[in-house]
Design a protein around this ligand. Structure first.
Ligand SMILES: [Zn+2]
Length: 209
């Protein structure tokens, strides 16, 4: 069973030994949100943490720096270039695959936490890493609007050109989590904790369960 789920950004500058004091001051809301999520995750007492990410290394390490305080078993899933829907279907299988308790005669399902690591558009500002593209802000706004409405169909069918032009990296990771939630049949609620764009990349932090 799923007991915790969130979306986490993953810029390495969030880390105290990577980001300068000035850098980190500009993403203070994100850092505060991630610390809060860390407390929530610990309180949910998961037996296992699953984390999806479009990149190895920092894609896993940055969210886990804030979220994993208890050295639980961690299952890492790397997303690929397949469609958001394919990732949604993969996510469903992850929930089904959550191991049950090893205790004989016990039917208690293991408690799973799911972190979907990913950043939003990288094309939000002229002086950002990939400049400004009108599809950048449009994608971020639309994704957040659809997420707030729990419009999974809308998210899975976002215009592929808009997605491509936005230069995002998190959509497939987020869709993996949405699939896991769908299969878990839990009443999740989107709570946007913060959304910041100081360097032209969208950092969305949200708790879904
Ligand atoms: Zn990324």
């Amino acid at each position: 069973m799923l007991v915790f789920a969130c979306l986490s950004p993953h810029p390495p500058l969030l880390l105290p030994d990577v980001g300068s004091t000035q850098d980190r001051a500009q993403v203070q809301k994100t850092i505060t949100s991630l610390k809060k999520l860390g407390q929530q995750l610990t309180a949910a007492k998961p037996d296992q943490i699953t984390i999806s990410s479009p990149h190895p290394d920092w894609g896993f390490n940055v969210p886990l720096h804030f979220l994993n305080k208890s050295k639980l078993p961690i299952k890492k899933i790397l997303t690929d270039s397949q469609s958001p829907r394919v990732h949604f279907e993969r996510g469903k299988k992850i929930t089904a695959g959550l191991p049950r308790s090893a205790k004989r005669g016990s039917s208690r399902a293991k408690r799973g936490a799911f972190i979907a690591s990913g950043d939003m558009s990288h094309r939000l500002k002229k002086n950002g890493p990939y400049g400004l593209h009108p599809s950048g802000p449009k994608f971020d706004k639309e994704f957040i609007k659809l997420l707030k409405k729990k419009d999974i169909h809308g998210i899975l069918n976002m215009n592929s050109r808009l997605v491509e032009e936005a230069g995002e990296c998190g959509l497939r990771s987020f869709c993996t989590l949405l699939g896991a939630l769908e299969a878990a049949r839990v009443n999740w609620q989107p709570k946007i904790l913060s959304y910041e764009t100081p360097f032209g990349v969208g950092y969305l932090t949200a708790q879904l369960l």
